[in-house]
Design a protein around this ligand. Structure first.
Ligand SMILES: NC(=O)c1ccc[n+]([C@@H]2O[C@H](COP(=O)([O-])OP(=O)(O)OC[C@H]3O[C@@H](n4cnc5c(N)ncnc54)[C@H](OP(=O)(O)O)[C@@H]3O)[C@@H](O)[C@H]2O)c1
Length: 255
């Protein structure tokens, strides 16, 4: 992995941050995006470069404006010679998900559309820009971070769950069409993972306790659990894995 380059959306917190740390620890250069935490992102860049002796850069980016990925990649081109991996991890929360993160009878098109834009459209435009560059250097690996909330019921999760189902289908289509360019496309689908996004759930404590109870491993998922799966899927060890949904759920989905 040493000397390769990862581009990832939402690298400042939660699962995205754990992925950035895991890849950097394996000698991968990282270009990550943030939404609001510019100061935190700058400190993170300095820490990553000092700790792992890699190149790190942070870029502001709003996944509610997916077309802007084109400009973002042009900026990244100025800092990095090539892109080997692209991971779409960022997710919206707060006001943008009003009418999307709620019970079925309270869903509103605007909230659902925002989540779709942030999840599916952002993956599509980001992956297209990454693929154009990977194609020129002999291939690469693309991952969408999904969730098992599209397979099992979760309170208030209809808006997110349907977008995650859609992005998993998009992953399979992309995998078929990009395979001839030696670009592999997969999703890593997590069960409940202890991050700020989950803490924003109105029933966070209930989800946390129920997840630990339901998992045969007796604990909640941690961001690092997702990062390990991403590292594997980007490595040569996964060289014939494409169009796949890799589930990291502590055994909770079946139970
Ligand atoms: N937590 C779970 O239980 C769980 C389970 C399975 C899958 N997932 C998926 O894992 C991914 C990451 O989730 P997480 O739980 O790690 O979330 P998180 O801790 O809330 O982190 C969200 C990240 O997205 C960025 N972000 C927020 N709003 C944005 C916007 N409008 N445009 C661009 N970036 C934005 C944040 O940047 P700032 O720091 O600058 O705000 C942050 O880096 C998501 O796709 C989520 O659906 C989560």
């Amino acid at each position: 992995m040493k000397g390769k380059t990862l581009v990832i959306s939402g690298g400042t917190r939660g699962i995205g941050k754990a992925i950035v740390d895991e890849f950097a620890a394996h000698g991968v250069n990282v270009a990550f995006t943030y939404n609001s935490n510019a100061e935190l992102a700058a400190a993170q860049v300095a820490e990553l470069e000092a700790k792992y002796n890699i190149k790190a850069r942070a870029y502001p980016f709003n996944i509610l404006e997916p077309e802007k990925y084109k400009e973002l990649f042009l900026e990244i081109d100025k800092d990095f010679d090539k892109i080997d991996f692209f991971i779409s991890s960022a997710i919206i929360s707060g006001r943008a998900v009003v009418g999307g993160y709620t019970k079925f009878m309270k869903l509103k098109p605007k909230g659902i559309n925002n989540i779709f834009t942030a999840t599916v459209n952002a993956f599509v435009v980001g992956a297209q820009e990454a693929a154009k560059r990977m194609e020129k250097t002999g291939g690469g690996s693309i991952i969408s971070i999904s969730s098992t909330g599209n397979r099992v019921y979760m309170d208030n999760y209809a808006g997110h769950g349907t977008s995650k189902a859609a992005v998993e289908t998009m992953v399979r289509y992309a995998a078929i069409e990009l395979g001839e360019k030696n670009i592999r496309v997969n999703a890593v689908s997590g069960g409940p993972i202890d991050t700020d996004a989950l803490k924003a759930f109105v029933n966070y404590e209930e989800v946390r306790d129920e997840t630990a109870k339901r998992s045969p491993l007796g604990r909640m998922g941690q961001p690092e659990d997702m990062a390990g799966a991403c590292l594997f899927l980007c490595s040569d060890k996964a060289s014939w894995v494409t169009g796949h949904i890799f589930i990291v759920d502590g055994g909770t989905t079946f139970k």
